[in-house]
Design a protein around this ligand. Structure first.
Ligand SMILES: Cc1ncc(COP(=O)(O)O)c(C=O)c1O
Length: 505
């Protein structure tokens, strides 16, 4: 039986049967046809709920349904026309009827349009040329001219003196901790509001993470909470080995305050700038304030090498040692001689070629992501329940992902509901990072909150991020915006969009 037959109902069907059909078919509409098989209207579970609320019983039939307008396409309409119809009416399923108004098919959005993803790679014009050169010269190895050039070009771009190209941001974080001599029993103060890759390497080293809350101005590490932790740990014999500060979603942390605390207490800073390549704090690139800085070129990042990372520092000896450790710690000797543990963490020459091409378009990518953020803010400015991730005066976020929080005092809709409703429209949205102190992996870890209430818990409970890829089309952005409006309007019980009957497309 084709899927149209599966969801056809007549006036003889009971409300219970209609609900069962909706449940079994995984469609969100039923097709209500007359005795000749002509489509009269579509029915959603909301229509049935309203009948029940008006006093009808489950074993009564659908004959009590009132006539209603429905969004319908004509047989022969193109996919583009049906998609435009879906966009215009913010629906994800459209039945198609023949000349006698008999339903012949049902179109589903996810079958017509690619999923709108959170963040996908966006290649420029030069990556292929550098990769081609690697092939022509047979530099298909770790190390090679692209690696050297990528390190120099990236260092020059961010204004750092030295850089080591590695095979992931996580590897760069791990080496940063090694270089600061972090070992078993040592304390590392780490942003709680982050992806787990900021904290996992602390465990690789057998050290103990102590998590620090976020603050409202930047959503990143709270200097107040950091100071409480430094006071607590520096008074005894457990002075922390490092501060791991993360610049989440492309927004810098408050680096003046954090660096002042680092200096006052003599604890070095590692900046996890994995998500903030191209972002600035008071005119200076994130990643360049601490003793060591880390970038990631994972596939979802603002520029990518498919996988890769970079460790930067002003200290050439540290970066030289990072290169040594990342190539199996081979001692200078005519044979293979090893006196300490090493790693296979170096970036390949092929991937560094992609990185060189990507670096050339980084400014454009930042501009595009910022423009997407601005468009979301502007087009959804009528919804005071949305608090956008802030960007303090003087900062320049790369807006890697548009992040927002839904104020629970102003809307009943939760991030989970919003994410689910967007997924039904074939749009990927995600919860904000779940704080590390709430992860089972770090159960029992110490945590210092910004105020009486933990701020990053609030962000996780209320926040989500929206599709932000720099190659998103305007139509895709419009679709995200229309769907968010639709979801929030529904919750406000505003009248739904006026639908036309049998729209000819
Ligand atoms: C905040 C943060 N830190 C570290 C990493 C790790 O980078 P990679 O995936 O390159 O290992 C990522 C991303 O994946 C990240 O988002």
């Amino acid at each position: 039986m084709n899927r149209v037959e599966l969801i056809k109902v007549t006036r003889k069907h009971t409300l219970k049967q209609a609900l069962e059909l909706l449940d079994q078919s995984s469609m969100s509409i039923l097709l209500y046809v007359d005795e000749n098989g002509a489509l009269q209207r579509t029915i959603t579970d909301g229509d049935i709920r309203r009948l029940l609320l008006s006093g009808r019983e489950l074993d009564e039939t659908l004959e009590h349904l009132k006539a209603s307008d429905s969004v319908v396409g004509r047989q022969g309409a193109s996919d583009e026309e049906i998609l435009a119809l879906m966009d215009r009416h913010t629906v994800n399923q459209v039945p198609v009827v023949d000349n006698n108004n008999k339903p012949v098919d049902i179109y589903l959005r996810h079958e017509l349009a690619p999923r709108i993803q959170l963040s996908i790679p966006h290649m420029g014009d030069h990556e292929r040329q550098y990769v081609e050169e690697a092939f022509q010269t047979n530099w298909i190895a770790p190390l090679g001219p692209n690696v050297d050039a990528f390190e120099k070009e990236l260092a020059a771009y961010v204004g750092a003196r030295h850089a080591a190209a590695l095979n992931s941001g996580t590897a760069a974080i791990h080496l940063a901790l090694k270089l600061l001599d972090t070992g078993p029993g040592d304390i590392v103060l780490c942003s709680s509001f982050t992806f787990v890759a900021s904290a996992n390497p602390i465990l690789y080293q057998g050290a103990t993470p102590v998590f620090i809350d976020s603050e409202p101005n930047t959503w990143n590490m709270s200097p107040d909470a950091l100071e409480k932790a430094l006071q607590e740990y520096c008074k005894g014999s457990r002075k922390p080995k490092a501060i791991m500060v993360v610049h989440l979603y492309g927004q810098s942390a408050d680096m003046d305050s954090i660096m002042a605390l680092s200096e006052a207490y003599g604890v070095p800073v590692i900046e996890d700038a994995a998500e903030s390549m191209g972002a600035m704090y008071k005119g200076r690139h994130t990643g360049t304030f601490g003793k060591l800085g880390v970038f990631s070129f994972n596939g979802n990042k603002i520029i990518t090498t498919s996988g890769g990372g970079m460790l930067i520092s002003e200290d050439g000896e540290l970066i030289e040692r990072a290169r040594f450790l990342s190539t199996q710690a081979r001692d200078p000797s005519p044979h293979y001689e090893h006196s300490e543990i090493g790693y296979n963490y170096r970036m390949s020459n092929v991937l560094a070629g992609i990185g060189r091409g990507q670096l050339k378009v980084l400014d454009d990518r930042v501009e595009s992501r910022r423009a997407i953020f601005d468009r979301y803010c502007q087009q959804l400015s009528g919804y005071d329940c949305i608090d956008w991730m802030p960007q303090p005066e003087g900062d320049y976020s790369n807006r890697w992902l548009t992040a927002l929080s839904l104020n629970p005092a102003k809307t009943k809709i939760t991030p989970t509901q919003m994410i689910k409703a967007l997924a039904e429209a074939n749009i990927e949205a995600r919860h904000l990072w779940k704080p590390m102190h709430r992860q089972p992996l770090f159960k029992g870890s110490e945590y210092f909150s910004h105020g009486q209430k933990s701020y990053c818990d609030y962000l996780f409970d209320t926040g989500l991020c929206l599709p932000s890829a720099s190659n998103m089309t305007i139509d895709q952005q419009r679709s995200v915006i229309d769907n968010i409006r639709h979801i929030l309007n529904k919750k406000r019980n505003k009248p739904e969009i006026n639908r036309q009957t049998l729209i000819d497309v």
